[in-house]
Design a binder for this molecule. Structure first.
Ligand code: PXL
Length: 269
């Protein structure tokens, strides 16, 4: 248990097991008071063929005004899918006005996977994100996002040299501890970590399935473990094992996300 209060800033996709519908239950279940700042409300995530999108950037200013009056502060921030470039400036205001002393800022850049940028994003967004991550204490990009952020050509084949150059290139953009997810080495899958210039790996079983939303599950469980006092490597290990369990629990016909609910229930039960 912890008495930490965290602010999760990302979209609310009504259907799709991603962003706030994943992050809020997981962090709450691990005993963290999880407040939400929805950046947009979508009918469903953008891997479906259609979606509606209500941008909440303007409403966030009203929310902040009330929060300033109430004097709300947060011990940590977890940022995921923001969707629009101006929201990065909004997030900077949020850090400035609502951080408790020593508040931890965890940024998952969320704009690409499997070598491609998600629908609705462009290089202007990527360039803004490359600057925005300088605000973070910890960043959680996948390999594709790390490549776009650093201008490194994307490769499906990973070598230690490729991954270490990639993570060192991120170090030119931010002083944050970097955890790159989805790295594949020696038939295993996991993360490469660079913390205070020291590189390490967390690798485990590679399952033959890749599911949408697993990055958000990783970010939530990583953050829960980290806020409970685990190290970055221990948190990454905990989060990757949790994600693996979710993938195992997801039936093949469930194509749009990972069934994290049963794993959460089992882990807590
Ligand atoms: O899981 C990342 C994510 C979050 N939110 C929305 C998305 C995606 C990935 O496509 O579409 C709306």
């Amino acid at each position: 248990m912890t008495n930490k209060r965290l602010l999760a800033m990302q979209d609310l996709s009504c259907v799709g097991q991603c962003s706030l519908t994943v992050v809020h239950p997981i962090l709450s279940a691990y005993g963290i008071e999880t407040c939400m700042l929805p950046t947009a409300v979508l009918s469903n995530h953008t891997m479906f063929s259609k979606w509606s999108y209500l941008d909440l950037t303007d409403e966030i200013q009203n929310i902040f005004e009330v929060w300033r009056g109430e004097g709300f502060k947060f011990d940590g921030f977890l940022l995921g899918y923001l969707g629009k470039t101006p929201l990065m400036e909004t997030a900077e205001t949020c850090f400035k006005d609502f951080s408790s002393e020593g508040a931890i800022k965890i940024i998952d850049p969320v704009f690409a996977d499997n070598g491609k940028i998600y629908g609705g994003f462009d290089m202007t967004y990527v360039q803004a994100m490359a600057k925005f991550i300088s605000n973070a204490d910890i960043i959680l990009p996948n390999v594709t996002e790390a490549c776009f952020l650093t201008g490194t050509p994307y490769s499906e084949v990973h070598t230690k040299e490729y991954l270490e150059n990639l993570i060192l290139a991120l170090g030119k953009l931010t002083k944050a501890t970097a955890v790159i997810t989805g790295v594949e080495l020696d038939g295993k899958i996991g993360e490469i970590i660079c913390e205070n210039g020291k590189i390490s790996y967390v690798l485990g079983e590679k399952l033959p399935v890749s599911l949408h939303g697993t990055g958000d599950i990783f970010a939530a469980t990583f953050t829960a473990a980290y806020l409970q006092g685990k190290s970055v490597a221990e948190s990454a290990d905990f989060a990757s094992e949790f994600v693996r369990d979710c993938i195992r629990k997801t039936p093949a016909e469930h194509f749009y996300g990972a069934c994290f609910e049963q794993v959460l229930a089992k882990n807590l039960g």
